[in-house]
Write a protein that binds this ligand. Structure first.
Ligand code: NAD
Length: 257
């Protein structure tokens, strides 16, 4: 298999749907073998696997709840066992739960922080330990959000998790740089995926959102995948410690009335 990622192996968490699925397919189009992680919907993960294979690459399905340490360890172990190596980690799995700050429960807090931040943290740890032992380079790409920086009232847990991901990325970039491992975040704005299904079905809410986006539309998962490919490929070799925003201008859009 030829391509910009020929011979590489990538884990993409939450790759049964949305952004993760597009990233898995895009990396596969460039020759990478893919560990397709899913939690609940095996049929969605199987569809991703078929599309990776149609692109001429290998795929394995590994069920893992990223908030469970033994599951994240198994993701890395399966990459080595079934595909022989693991060069790229895409921490994409994420959830959001809406609630005014004063109504957030401990259960909701734990759910969001454990998937979005703890999951990325310990999966990265398992990924890095193997690379360190083998003295090999690697790439970590976290799908954070514009909300690693931008407020989102009623989503305090989501903002806390994505803000934590921003500092985790900066810290790891410095700590892992000497090992040849790069660490970056992709911060999407509004992308048309299942996570936004409710909002996209509400015309008033959707119109209000689109007014805030200078490019006047939501982004596509494929556009996010293009950026992930850049960071995973040789073109992105000198990038580390940065957040790459992909939001149609949303985060910069402030007007004096
Ligand atoms: N769509 C957007 O507008 C947008 C914007 C900014 C950031 N993001 C981020 O992009 C990432 C992907 O979201 P998406 O938009 O593709 O939505 P999505 O709901 O389609 O994808 C989320 C994926 O994570 C998986 N997942 C959830 N909990 C998991 C767990 N415990 N273990 C393993 N997998 C789990 C889901 O099964 C799903 O496949 C998320 O981290 C999200 O926060 C999305």
């Amino acid at each position: 298999m030829s391509g910009r990622l020929a011979g590489k192996v990538a884990i993409v968490t939450g790759s049964g749907s949305g952004i993760g699925k597009s990233i898995a397919i895009r990396l596969a189009n460039e020759g990478a073998s893919i560990v397709v992680d899913y939690r609940n919907h095996i049929e969605q993960a199987q569809d991703t696997k078929s599309k990776v294979e149609a692109a001429g690459s290998k795929a394995i399905l590994v069920p893992a709840d990223v908030s469970v340490l033994s599951d994240t360890q198994n993701l890395v172990d399966q990459a080595y066992k079934q595909l022989g190596r693991c060069d790229i980690l895409v921490n994409n799995a994420g959830i959001e739960i809406e609630a005014p700050f004063w109504e957030v429960t401990e259960k909701d807090y734990d759910a969001v922080l454990n998937v979005n931040l703890k999951g990325a943290f310990f999966l990265a740890q398992a990924f890095v330990r193997r690379l360190r032992d083998a003295k090999l380079p690697g790439r970590i790409i976290n799908i954070s959000s514009v909300h690693e920086d931008m407020v989102f009232p009623n989503f305090s847990t989501y903002c806390a998790s994505k803000g934590g991901m921003r500092m985790l990325m900066r810290d790891l970039a410095v700590e892992l740089g000497p090992l040849g491992i790069t660490v970056n975040n992709i911060a999407p704005g509004a992308i048309a995926t299942p996570i936004n299904a409710k909002m996209m079905d509400n015309k008033a809410q959707l119109d209000a959102l689109l007014k805030n986006i200078p490019l006047g539309r939501m982004g596509t998962p494929e556009e996010v995948a293009g950026l992930a490919l850049f960071l995973a490929s040789d073109d992105g070799a000198y990038c580390t410690g940065s957040t790459f925003i992909i939001d149609g201008g949303l985060i910069r859009n402030y007007h004096e009335q």
